[in-house]
Design a protein around this ligand. Structure first.
Ligand SMILES: Nc1ncnc2c1ncn2[C@@H]1O[C@H](COP(=O)(O)OP(=O)(O)O)[C@@H](O)[C@H]1O
Ligand SMILES: Cc1ncsc1CCOP(=O)(O)O
Ligand SMILES: [Mg+2]
Length: 262
């Protein structure tokens, strides 16, 4: 666990190119900016090469893609592979919508990605493991969460972050479990999108994507935990802005103090 990557990130201010969704794009942009990276979003295929050339990483969120945006996504991922820029994929609701699963499988079969970050339902769907997803949420299942994440990581030779009460991070062999968590994450639509984009920020400054993902998850989860502990009641509308506040304020010593992982 390289917690000092947070200092490196704030020194380098990496450009994090995000193809986002209209639901959470502002939270994602503000979370990246607060953390210390530099967000840029685009929906225009014709500027894909320029965007990828200047970016340190690319995060692809499949939350609300259209047929036209899928063409932009394919173009961006092609340039990201060509220019050796790490790609993070957030496969929103692929466990609930077969069309999305098919498109995401095609992208993963054709392009090289650094990290896939999803909830248990999304990771299980991509790994071909039986699970009952529920819309954008994890849903229910009996599959082994660790084996499912490892299977997908080995399927695409990448790092997988399977988020949940315990976040599971694996490169297909080693496994890190992060126990920091807060129920308030579930109250805030966009928590997963923000986690994926946070991972995008860290893979932009660290070539060991397994390490980068670990630090991103711990920083993000500890930030959420610190905010939740400061709130006397679960205020759904306040958690998001306070999480962005904490992503700006949190320092490596606080992360070190509260980090709970194995
Ligand atoms: N049941 C839970 N209890 C506490 N924290 C959770 C729970 N599920 C997810 N989280 C946290 O919420 C954040 C977003 O993860 P998740 O909700 O799984 O993604 P998504 O929003 O894409 O479904 C992660 O930091 C994760 O640790
Ligand atoms: C509600 C919704 N619909 C399409 S994308 C989206 C946001 C999903 O955000 P998260 O997966 O972080 O909860
Ligand atoms: Mg999600």
């Amino acid at each position: 666990m390289k917690i000092d990557l947070l200092t490196t990130l704030r020194e380098k201010n990496p450009i994090a190119f995000n193809i986002s969704n209209f639901v959470t794009v502002q939270d994602v942009a503000n979370g990246i900016n607060a953390l210390g990276a530099s967000p840029i979003m685009s929906e225009e295929k014709n500027e894909a090469e320029a965007m990828v050339q200047m970016a340190d990483s690319v995060t692809i969120n499949l939350g609300a893609f259209t047929e036209q945006q899928l063409t932009q996504i394919e173009t961006v991922m092609t340039f990201a592979n060509q220019y050796h820029k790490p790609i993070v994929v957030d496969p929103v609701a692929v466990g609930a919508v077969h069309y999305r699963l098919e498109r995401c499988n095609e992208l993963l079969d054709q392009k090289k990605v650094a990290v896939i970050r999803g909830n248990a339902g999304e990771i299980a769907a991509l790994a071909g493991v039986d699970w009952q997803s529920k819309g954008i949420d994890a849903g229910e299942g009996t599959g082994d969460l660790v084996e499912t994440a490892k299977k997908l990581a080995n399927q695409y030779h990448c790092t997988v972050v399977e988020s949940g009460k315990t976040d599971i991070i694996t490169n297909g062999d080693a496994v890190i479990r992060v126990f920091n968590e807060s129920d308030l994450f579930k109250l805030h639509v966009g928590s997963g999108d923000m986690l994926s984009s946070t991972i995008g920020c860290f893979v932009g400054v660290e070539d060991d994507y397994f390490e980068a993902a670990q630090t991103a998850v711990v920083v993000f989860d500890v930030a959420g935990e610190v905010v939740a502990k400061s709130m006397s009641q679960p205020l759904a509308g306040s958690f998001g802005p306070r999480l962005i506040d904490e992503l700006h304020l949190i320092d490596p010593k606080t992360v070190e103090k509260y980090a709970n992982f194995e």
